[in-house]
Design a protein around this ligand. Structure first.
Ligand code: NI
Length: 134
């Protein structure tokens, strides 16, 4: 670990109470550790890797399988990007809704393209890409 610096942070009482609740929920050993994780998370979300940087990621999508041709379009897209798509998990949530988790690996630009294309498909109700550089 690099050398530690101490900083003072002024924060509203109610915001601090919410923060302490979050710390308790997530079982952080200290405010400092929670604070460091929040900073790391914000930094990694804002930093865009180079287009050819090697990344891994998961796309989680929730969609209605009754949307016309959606399942077919998703399968076609995944076959077109079979180099990036490592695996997928499908869960039938209820009568209409499906949850799918797709594991991707490849160049940042390609992984982002596949994820964005899936999430943007008509009928996808929720979609999120979580990515890490490797
Ligand atoms: Ni299903």
């Amino acid at each position: 670990m690099s050398d530690l610096s101490r900083i003072g942070v002024a924060i509203e009482e109610d915001l601090l109470e919410d923060f302490d609740r979050l710390i308790a929920e997530r079982n952080y050993p200290s405010r400092s550790e929670a604070f460091r994780d929040l900073i790391r998370d914000a930094l990694s979300r804002d930093s865009v890797p180079a287009g050819d940087a090697a990344v891994v990621g998961t796309v989680t999508i929730v969609y209605s399988h009754s949307t016309r041709q959606l399942a077919d379009r998703m399968t076609t897209l995944q076959h077109a990007h079979h180099h990036e798509v490592l695996s997928s998990l499908h869960v039938h949530l209820d009568h209409d809704n499906c949850l799918e988790v797709i594991v991707l690996r490849g160049a940042y630009e390609q992984v982002k393209l596949v994820a964005d294309s899936l999430i943007a498909m008509k009928g996808v109700r929720h979609g999120q890409l979580v990515m890490a550089t490797v």
